[in-house]
Design a protein around this ligand. Structure first.
Ligand code: F6P
Length: 491
């Protein structure tokens, strides 16, 4: 499936009904840099994946306006056409106060739901005040949807765990909508989920949707089991549906992906070649083997385990000293949350200690770059790499793995991939690792550097075929085809 086929499908199936996407994170952030306003792309798999879909389908994307220059570039209703250089759809921004952001985003979303759904042994924090703010902010998003569509028929596609109550709130005010929600992170098993004091309210909010999507069948089954054991309802297992109070919600797996064709083509562009040269020169990246990691600075990503594995690999294989550099591109994330501050310090200290112990002359094993990266720089890093490590301790999908594969139009490069990512179920030609085992990652690094060119190319070719086949347009096609099957309540 490609962009044009998706466009045809949207015209055919969604007809003239408005198509609205709602997420917390916005796809374009405007920021002041000195006297100038710059437009940045956030480090978010969700926005990277959905932006090409919206560019193909058109419609309105409602999201939190988080950039300091965001208010300066919108119209009086908070709207702006994006991408600004060649507008394809409308971005409508919702404004939140700092207090709302602290309770809803830093608080309930990222200190309660995020650690609740990612089993990495960080205790969720449930504060009554955060929960109340989360409710209020979900209501603010519902108001924004209502302002867009009123009582008209529309398709509303809600994203992620920040907006678990939204479908119910929308349906109370807009009776004529069909809503689907995609949960971009894992859904834990019942035993883990039931510690949430507001488990019933969250499930009740989600079940207002007509369709709920997860990355894997395993997460769908966890969700069905959680609902079954928490609420009065009927589960129709063969149909993967939950019937409650006369309303049915379909639960299905839709493994998300990336714009394979675009990323593959980008990696061969002149700008990327120039960026490869700049990186080589600026950071003296002339070693025989370059490993890379690209992540938000998040405790679920297994960055500490990865660095310890690099250290172990070098202890066991000293002949690679000076011949190997690992480049870690890390984008600061959720910087007001204590666990993220702690992680930041822990990683800084670990990198400093490993590099101090091992450096010689101009060489050090880990090049740790902590900043915001443009898509061109990321493509350049991916092109430079002999291998890429994705060592998430738990991850719904992990799109870095799919981006790395898409960017290797040269057919080379090795992907080392955590077994605990959704991507590992599809990308079976990667080198699988248990990210909790530093020894396992160290062995995979060794396997990557000694792998023959023939084996690298065979594996990469199979990986590329998988991502090319299940690309972001196929993902959108599968979801849109499902939502188009629902009847509007008054139709
Ligand atoms: O995919 C999970 C997710 O939390 C998205 O919802 C989000 O956009 C992305 O990771 C990055 O996180 P954040 O939006 O908090 O920066």
């Amino acid at each position: 499936m490609n962009k044009e086929e998706l466009q045809a499908l949207v015209r055919d199936k969604l007809k003239d009904y408005p198509f609205i996407v709602v997420s917390n994170r916005e796809p374009y952030i405007h920021s002041w840099v000195g006297e100038e306003i710059r437009c940045l792309r956030p480090a978010s798999g969700l926005t990277m994946a959905l932006d090409p879909v919206m560019q193909a389908c058109g419609g309105t994307w409602i999201a939190h306006g988080s950039g300091d220059a965001d208010p300066d570039v919108v119209d009086k209703d908070g709207r702006i056409s994006v991408p600004t250089e060649a507008p394809r759809y409308t971005l409508k921004r919702v404004w939140l106060s700092k207090k709302e952001e602290a309770g809803y985003y830093d608080g309930f979303s990222n200190q309660a739901l995020w650690p609740l759904c990612h089993i990495v042994y960080i205790k969720p924090i449930f504060r009554q005040q955060d929960w109340e703010t989360y409710n209020e902010v979900n209501r603010r998003f519902a108001d924004a949807v209502y302002a867009e569509i009123g009582e008209k028929g529309a398709f509303v596609f809600i994203q992620d765990y920040h907006l678990a109550l939204l479908a119910k709130m929308i349906k109370e005010r807009c009776p004529n909508v069909i809503t689907a929600q995609f949960w971009h992170i894992p859904w834990p098993n019942y035993e883990a989920f039931r510690i949430c004091p507001w488990q019933e309210e969250i499930l009740d909010g989600l079940l207002a949707n007509d369709l709920i999507g997860f990355h894997t069948l395993y997460h769908c089954n966890n969700f069905l089991e959680t609902v079954d054991r928490t609420l009065e309802c009927r589960i129709e297992r063969e149909k993967h549906a939950i019937v409650r109070g006369g309303h049915s919600t379909w639960v299905q797996a839709f493994p998300i992906s990336v714009d394979f064709a675009e990323i593959s083509a980008r990696s061969g562009r002149e700008e990327v070649t120039k960026e490869v040269d700049r990186l080589r020169h600026e950071y003296n990246l002339r070693q025989e083997f370059i490993g890379i990691g690209i992540d938000r600075l998040d405790y679920t990503k297994g960055i500490v385990e990865r660095f310890k594995a690099i250290d172990l690999f070098l202890s066991r294989n000293p002949r690679y000293e000076g011949r190997f550099t690992f480049v870690q591109a890390a984008e600061p994330s959720r910087t007001h949350v204590d666990e993220y501050k702690k992680l930041n310090e822990e990683i800084d200290e670990l990198v400093e200690e490993i590099n101090w112990r091992r450096w010689r002359s101009r060489w050090k094993p880990i090049l740790y770059i902590k900043e915001h990266f443009t898509p061109f720089t990321l493509s350049a890093l991916q092109r430079l790499a002999s291998f890429c490590i994705v060592s998430s301790l738990h991850d719904g999908m992990n799109l870095v793995a799919k981006e790395f594969v898409s960017s290797r139009a040269d057919g080379d490069g090795v992907l080392i991939l955590s077994r605990f990512t959704g991507a590992a179920r599809e990308l079976t030609d990667a080198l699988p690792v248990n990210p909790y085992s530093v020894d396992d990652i160290a062995k995979a690094i060794k396997a990557a550097v000694i792998m023959s060119k023939k084996e690298r190319r065979t594996r990469m070719s199979a990986l590329r075929a998988t991502v090319q086949e299940n690309n972001i347009y196929s993902w959108a096609n599968n979801i849109i085809s499902e939502i188009a099957k629902f009847q509007f309540p008054e139709g």
